[in-house]
Each structure stands twice: as structure tokens, then as C-alpha cells.
Design a protein around this ligand. Structure first.
Ligand SMILES: *[C@@H]1O[C@H](CO)[C@@H](O)[C@H](O)[C@H]1NC(C)=O
Ligand SMILES: *[C@@H]1O[C@H](CO)[C@@H](O)[C@H](O)[C@H]1NC(C)=O
Ligand SMILES: *[C@@H]1O[C@H](CO)[C@@H](O)[C@H](O)[C@H]1NC(C)=O
Length: 697
């Protein structure tokens, strides 16, 4: 309808027209308002789904601890619902603040443009989408509402027909730890595994998913040893000029936010260096800035107050110094360049699925934003067979649980030890007794329900009972939690023959007046902006807890009020397993990782365990039974990133998320290879490469 034309001659007509006009403008205003609302919703959705900052976030633990302290006292008393509501609102706000600060601390001066580009990046992703239709608002809204819409409303995928290829034959072999040494890793598999029934329980899923990874882990351990001889800093820094200048590096860089996520960033760097036969730089503060030169007397490494890194790594300062000393650019025509690949917001801005990383010429490669095991595992779906097989050497074959080593545990064991200060605190907590048998990690986030602690106690009792025949005496159990008041509750649940161990930092501080500065009440305080939420809890306590819990010999149990087995708990389990894995044949079995689920969390199957980086994310789809009972499930040490192994199926939300990137996944996790190809064919992403500034020499 053409817009009404206003005429002055007829006043009645004018009024009529004005009325129409004002109706129109009201309509437009409402429309505008709607669009603002939708874009706000979408922004919230993107923030909540992409960042994944909260996973296993030790920093959040601090915040939880502080909050919990005040709140636990009112645990069983009645609390007004309004208060609850207000707290939740506050939490949401805090979450977004924390995300902002994570980016800032990592990006330094680049923080602002980075944050601003977050939204436009969402658009970019879709430009590359294989269906070549950029998503309409409706589709985006669907993405947002995904979790609440039943899967039947989503049209079925158009999977390309597969002929019986050699891949398929390989795919049907039984789970075998030596698989990768025998053949190339295909990019997608047609699953020959048929679910024996309509749905599985967590325990059933876990028992198949864990495999027997002993051989694979020992193989990786050897590989790390060889890598250290060939590429470790102790060798490389003594090489003569030309040889040094021909070397390449991977940088692992982390901020000091949550321990789990940030340790994954460092370890993913180490894993990538291992994959690509490059040396490792552990990025000190500032190392991401091209103009950084650094001062050898002032190298600040991530968590460097509490962690000692193996001497097989470089700092950026040292590499730049050596590059200048050997005059690599002048004499050998090798400029020092750094290539940045960013997986922080999914593969949209990353080349990890498409480019051949084994031939990248740049001096330093920085795979940025690898806050969990997923980032590195993207390389298992890379277009180039060379990258896939290099990735599989470190990560195993995604369809064969037994071939998947305890990658991050072995890397932790090889690269990281606690400082003497932390070590002393751990020993104090152990009170000179035997090594603990169990560790229980309870991430409660000040939830007042006792369901999680009770489920964890049952899980513990269950495992302890099974091993009772083989051992005598008291079981020693380490409990770590963001909510210390839970200790007495769990103590009540435990049997007489268990001894509870915990690190009581207040008692420790009271007892020892001679502690070093980094272990004081006031050191490592959260920034002022977070003070209100994090309280006075010193952040080093979560590191003592980490190394204390990782001493467990028999089992690490993860319990939580929401997500089970966060990145922090994953790494506790991984380190405990690596520490207890011995290559002698008659040694006791290594420490196992368990997830304890209370009934509530399983009402909708494992759907609630969504969120990249969570151990059970890839089991969240339709193959998980609904309304399961409370359970105690074996858990893979290396969480899966794809849906290739038995019992795995994506949630509707993950399917949509992948499809928004142009990658098609059906409801049992089959990926359409053509969509991966399309994704790579249609991208116009130029790699980000910096020229590094070198010191004058
Ligand atoms: C790394 O080096 C090893 C041993 O020299 C070799 O077998 C492997 O293929 C190399 N990997 C890559 C990705 O170049
Ligand atoms: C503090 O004193 C205790 C003895 O009370 C001693 O064992 C410990 O080594 C001292 N710690 C430091 C950091 O000096
Ligand atoms: C606390 O945990 C219980 C049991 O896990 C769950 O039912 C409840 O919804 C949680 N409450 C909140 C506020 O998250």
C-alpha cells in the first residue's frame, strides 16, 4: 500500500490521513522495538553460548566460595524467593563482566576491537555456511530457542549416500589402541555401531567410552620424551645460527583467570607443538603483542607464582633474543612472524578445519582460545590427511576410545609441577599420611541442595566397596569444593572407615606465620571489580586443592549441582591418572575418573550437560535415556569433541550451532563430509600474521 499523501485542502481527509500515518509510525516504532528486543536476545544468546568462559573456571570457584561462605549459614533456613531472584540476576551480570575481563586480560590493548568484532563475527560465520543462505532472524531465533524446541520440528538432514568404502570397513573394526599407527584417519565415519537399544544410561555410555587407554597413554609419554630431545628448549637454544633460525614454534598463552580453562590453553599449545614438531613457547605476560621485547629479569608466566614449568620451553623474550643474536632475518632471510588462529568463538574465524598446518611457514603459531579439549580436536576433522594423522598421533582416533590417550594428563605430568610453596601446603593437608585413595570434587556454586553431595558419597561408597576386597585399613578421601560447608555434610554420609582430608586455608594461615608472600591472605586478590563477588578468598587455594586432589590413587569423582566434570575436574582426573600410570607390568591400575550424577541432572537425559568443553556434552542427544536414576559413571580422561564414538549424539542446540557454521550433523552425530568441504571452499579468511618486533642487538 502506498503511503498516504497529505493534502491541506480537505481538513477531514487530513485528519484521516494523519490518523493512518500515526498508526503507521506507531507500527514502525513497535517493529523497531521488536527488532531491538530480538537483537538483545540474540546478543545474550551469543554471549552465553559462544564464550564458554565459565567451564571449570577456578576463578569462578573463588567467587562461588566467597558467596557460599555467607550463604551456607542460611542453608536450611527459609530464604525469601525474592532474594534468590536478585542473586540470579546478579550472577548473570557478573558472568558477562567476567567474560569481558577474560578477553581484556588476554588481548591487552586489542580488547576493545576484539569485543566489538564479536557480533560481526557471528555474521561472518554464516557467510561461509554451505547452504549459502545467511540465517534469517527466524533461524537465529530458532537457534536461540533450540533447546526448548523438540527435535521433531527441525527438518531432517540431507545426508549424502555413502557407498561401502574402505573407511567403512576400518570403521567397523573393534576398539583398538593401536589403531592409529596402522592407517590414515578418515575425516568422517559412517558408524557401524548400532545402539543395542533405544537409549543408554550414563553408566552404560561411560563404560564404553573410556576404553583401555593404557597403551595409548604410554605411547604418548614416549612421544613427549622424544619430542623433548628433538625440540625441547635445552636442545634448541644451543643450536648454531642457521639451524636455530630454521626452527619453528607454537605459543601457548593463558591469562590467570579460571585455572581449568587457562591450563587447557597452555597444554593445547604443548599438544600442538608435539603434533607439528615445533618447539614450545609458554607465553609470558605481553607475549601476544607483536611489539613485545621483554626483560629476562621480569618474565611473568601464567600461574607462575604457583607452578614450575619444565625447562623444555622457551619464553617469547628468549626466542626473540636468540632470533636477534643469530640475525635470522639478515643472515638467513628468516623474519620472525607470528600467525594467530582464533578458535575462541568456534571455527568461523579459525583455519583449523581447512588449512594444512604441517606446512605453515611462520615462525610462531598461536592457536588462540583453546579453553578445553575441543580446540585441538578440531584438527582431527581437518581437510588435509597429514594434519589428521598428526593430530591422531596425539589425540588418538575419535571413534576408538582405546586409542585415545590421556593426552592432557600426560602433558601436565611432563610440563608442570607445583612450586615448593604449593607442595608444602599439599603435604600439610595430607598430614604425613599415606597417599589419598580418592578425591571428590564438588562444584556446587552455592546451590543449597544436598542432592549432589549425597550422590557423590554414594558413588564413593560404591567404588570403595568394589575395592574393599583388595585393600585394608581406612580409605583416605580428599574433598575439594567451592562450598567448604559441604565438608561436614559429606562427613556424615561417609562410613567409619573413611578419613576425610581437606585443605583448610584459614587454619594453614593461622598455623604458619612464615609463609611466602604469594601464599598470604592478601596475595592474588581478585581485581576490585570482582571483589564483591569473589570475596577475600585468595586464589592460590584452588591450586593447592588441584594438586592435593591429583594425588588420588584410586579414583577421582566429580560431582556438581549443574555441569559434571568441568575443565578443572577433568584436569585433576587427568593428572591423577598420569601420575599413577606406570609402565611396569605388575603396577596397580592407574587412577580412574568418575562422574556422579544425581537424579535431577538426568531427567532430560544428558541434555543439561551441554556447553563446549564439558565431559558429557557429546552424549547429550537422543541416545541418552530420560528420567535416569542417580549414577556413578566412568568418564573418559580425554573428553570427546565429536560424536564419532558409541552412544554419542548431539543436542538439538549443538546441531543448530554446527549448522550455523555450515557443518551438517544429523541427530546421531553423523557429519556430512560435503558440508565440511563447503565450509572450507567458501571461506575468504586470510590468516592473521604479524611481523614480530625484535630487540636491537
Ligand atoms: C614429526 O617428526 C616425526 C619424527 O621425525 C615424524 O615421524 C612425523 O611425521 C613428524 N610429524 C610432522 C607433522 O611433521
Ligand atoms: C615455616 O616454619 C616451619 C616450622 O614451623 C618450617 O617447617 C617451614 O619450612 C617454614 N616455611 C618457610 C617457607 O620458611
Ligand atoms: C540445585 O541443585 C538441585 C539438585 O542438583 C537442583 O534440582 C536445583 O535446580 C539446583 N538449584 C539451582 C538454583 O540451580
Amino acid at each position: 500500500m502506498p503511503p498516504p499523501i497529505l493534502r491541506r485542502s480537505n481538513s477531514k481527509q487530513i485528519r484521516e490521513h494523519r490518523r493512518i500515518y500515526s498508526n503507521y509510525s506507531l507500527g514502525f516504532q513497535l517493529l523497531g522495538l521488536c527488532m531491538i528486543c530480538i537483537s538483545v536476545l540474540l546478543t545474550i544468546y551469543e554471549l552465553s553460548s559462544d564464550g564458554n568462559v565459565g567451564v571449570g573456571n577456578g576463578a569462578l570457584q573463588m567467587d562461588d566460595l566467597a558467596r557460599a561462605k555467607g550463604q551456607w549459614s542460611s542453608l536450611r533456613s527459609n530464604v525469601l524467593q525474592e532474594q534468590d531472584l536478585e542473586k540470579r540476576n546478579q550472577e548473570e551480570k557478573v558472568q558477562s563482566i567476567q567474560m569481558t575481563e577474560t578477553f581484556e586480560s588476554e588481548m591487552g590493548a586489542n580488547a576493545a576491537p576484539h569485543l566489538l568484532s564479536k557480533k560481526s563475527q557471528g555474521v561472518n560465520k554464516n557467510v561461509f555456511s554451505s547452504s549459502s543462505t545467511s540465517p534469517t532472524i527466524g533461524q537465529k531465533l530458532l537457534g536461540f530457542l533450540g533447546p526448548w524446541i523438540s527435535s521433531s520440528e527441525i527438518e531432517p538432514l540431507d545426508m549424502p549416500g555413502k557407498s561401502a568404502t574402505e573407511e567403512e570397513v576400518i570403521g567397523c573394526e573393534k576398539d583398538d589402541s593401536s589403531f592409529i599407527s596402522r592407517s590414515e584417519v578418515p575425516r568422517v565415519f559412517s558408524k557401524c555401531w548400532e545402539p543395542p537399544k533405544q537409549c543408554g544410561t550414563v553408566e552404560e555410555m561411560g563404560s564404553v567410552a573410556v576404553g583401555d587407554t593404557r597403551a595409548a597413554s604410554l605411547r604418548l609419554r614416549d612421544m613427549i620424551k622424544t619430542w623433548m630431545l628433538d625440540h625441547g628448549a635445552e636442545t634448541i637454544r644451543n643450536l648454531p645460527g642457521l639451524e636455530f633460525c630454521e626452527r619453528k614454534f607454537v605459543m601457548g598463552l593463558a591469562s590467570e583467570d579460571g585455572f581449568g580453562n587457562n591450563m587447557y590453553k597452555v597444554l593445547s599449545g604443548a599438544g600442538l607443538a608435539l603434533m607439528l614438531n615445533r618447539s614450545l613457547i609458554i607465553g609470558e605476560r605481553g607475549a601476544n603483542t607483536p611489539s613485545y621485547i621483554g626483560d629476562p629479569r621480569n618474565i611473568v608466566l601464567p600461574f607462575g607464582d604457583y607452578i614450575v614449568y619444565s625447562n623444555q620451553f622457551f619464553s617469547m623474550q628468549e626466542v626473540k633474543h636468540l632470533w636477534a643474536v643469530h640475525d635470522c632475518a639478515g643472515k638467513h632471510n628468516r623474519r620472525m612472524t607470528m600467525r594467530v588462529d582464533d578458535i575462541e568463538h568456534g571455527p568461523g574465524r579459525s583455519n583449523s578445519l581447512c588449512d594444512d598446518w604441517t606446512t605453515i611457514p611462520d615462525t610462531v603459531l598461536w592457536f588462540k582460545g583453546t579453553v578445553d579439549t575441543v580446540g585441538l580436536q578440531f584438527l582431527l576433522k581437518n581437510r588435509n590427511a597429514a594434519v589428521r594423522s598428526a593430530a591422531a598421533m596425539v589425540l588418538g582416533h575419535p571413534a576408538y576410545p582405546s586409542s585415545r590417550p590421556n593426552t592432557f594428563g600426560e602433558l601436565l605430568r611432563a610440563f608442570i609441577t607445583p612450586t615448593r610453596d604449593i607442595q608444602a601446603a599439599v603435604e600439610w593437608a595430607l598430614k604425613g599420611g599415606a597417599e589419598p585413595d580418592f578425591a571428590v570434587h564438588l562444584r556446587l556454586r552455592h546451590n543449597r541442595s544436598l542432592d549432589a553431595p549425597m550422590a557423590a558419597s554414594r558413588c564413593l561408597a560404591h567404588i570403595a566397596q568394589a575395592m574393599q576386597q583388595t585393600s585394608r585399613g581406612k580409605q583416605r578421601v580428599v574433598i575439594i569444593s567451592d562450598t567448604p560447608e559441604v565438608f561436614s555434610d559429606i562427613n556424615e554420609q561417609l562410613q567409619d572407615n573413611t578419613e576425610l582430608i581437606r585443605f583448610d586455608y584459614k587454619e594453614y594461615l593461622n598455623k604458619f606465620k612464615n609463609l611466602s608472600e604469594v601464599m598470604s591472605l592478601h596475595y592474588g586478590q581478585p581485581p576490585r571489580s570482582k571483589m564483591r563477588d569473589w570475596g577475600e578468598m585468595p586464589r592460590w587455594v584452588s591450586l593447592v586443592d588441584f594438586f592435593l586432589a591429583a594425588r588420588a590413587r584410586v579414583a577421582v569423582i566429580s560431582g556438581a549441582s549443574e555441569r559434571i566434570c568441568t575443565t578443572y575436574a577433568q584436569l585433576v582426573g587427568a593428572l591423577a591418572a598420569a601420575t599413577t600410570l606406570s609402565d611396569s607390568e605388575d603396577s596397580p591400575p592407574p587412577c580412574l575418573l568418575y562422574s556422579s550424577f544425581q537424579r535431577d541432572l538426568l531427567a532430560q537425559g544428558l541434555m543439561k550437560q551441554s556447553g563446549w568443553g564439558h565431559a558429557w556434552r557429546t552424549f547429550g542427544g537422543k541416545l541418552a535415556c530420560k528420567n535416569q536414576a542417580s549414577q556413578c559413571a566412568r568418564t573418559p580422561l580425554l573428553p570427546f569433541a565429536w560424536w564419532d564414538a558409541p552412544w554419542q549424539s548431539p543436542t538439538t542446540r549443538d546441531t543448530l550451532k554446527m549448522r550455523n557454521m555450515g557443518i551438517q550433523v544429523d541427530d546421531v552425530g553423523n557429519i556430512a563430509e560435503t558440508s565440511l568441504d563447503n565450509f572450507c571452499d567458501h571461506r575468504r579468511l586470510k590468516p592473521t600474521v604479524y611481523n614480530s618486533k625484535l630487540p636491537a642487538y
